[in-house]
Design a protein around this ligand. Sequence first.
Ligand SMILES: *[C@@H]1O[C@H](CO)[C@@H](O)[C@H](O)[C@H]1NC(C)=O
Length: 215
Amino acid sequence: MAAPLFFLTFLAITCSVAWASDPTPLQDFCVADLNSPVKVNGLVCKDPKHVEPKDFFGSGLSVAADVNNSAGSQATPVGVAQIPGLNTLGISLVRFDFAPHGIIAPHTHPRATEILTVLEGTVLAGFVTSIPDNRLITKTLNKGDVFVFPVGLIHFLQNVGKGHAVGLAALNSQNPGVIPIANSVFGSHPDIPTDILAKAFQTDAAIIANIQAKF
Ligand SMILES: *[C@@H]1O[C@H](CO)[C@@H](O)[C@H](O)[C@H]1NC(C)=O
């Protein structure tokens, strides 16, 4: 009697699986049908007979984005929303453009690790480890340098060179998601109650309300 129980316990322990990125595909591809009303984890597949080369194609990444905005930067994503053929494949790209002093504000990707290559200019890259250390890890990157932002950790970029900067990043999700820290905390809909943020940030409600009003 003890042997089957032991076997089941052994199975339960050894067969638990934790995905670190998007699940493995069970077919060659599952080109997203972006118009399907059906909701699944991911996106519904188009009939493979109707798949076309353009489903796997994107263009325009050689074009510098407009960086005339308050952050002085622009992120141009190339994920499943842009290339439906990326559906279920667990990979995507982002191009970054920076004006001098431009930043990509602190944010996290809930579903992906990111690996960044600097193509032009000089960029300060940083991320913060989880508690208890909350250690800030930074590196100044020049053309051709590569830096990794581990999945889920808060990270940021800043153009610290004299001219424009350009980066290209790969992420191990077709749909990495973005949680911008400032917008999520101070610009949610509806607002997180001001007294909660006042306690969390150890400051006055008036200061919190002032920040909330900016988002
Ligand atoms: C940048 O944007 C501001 C307002 O959004 C505009 O007044 C200004 O002309 C723009 N500058 C350039 C160089 O496009």
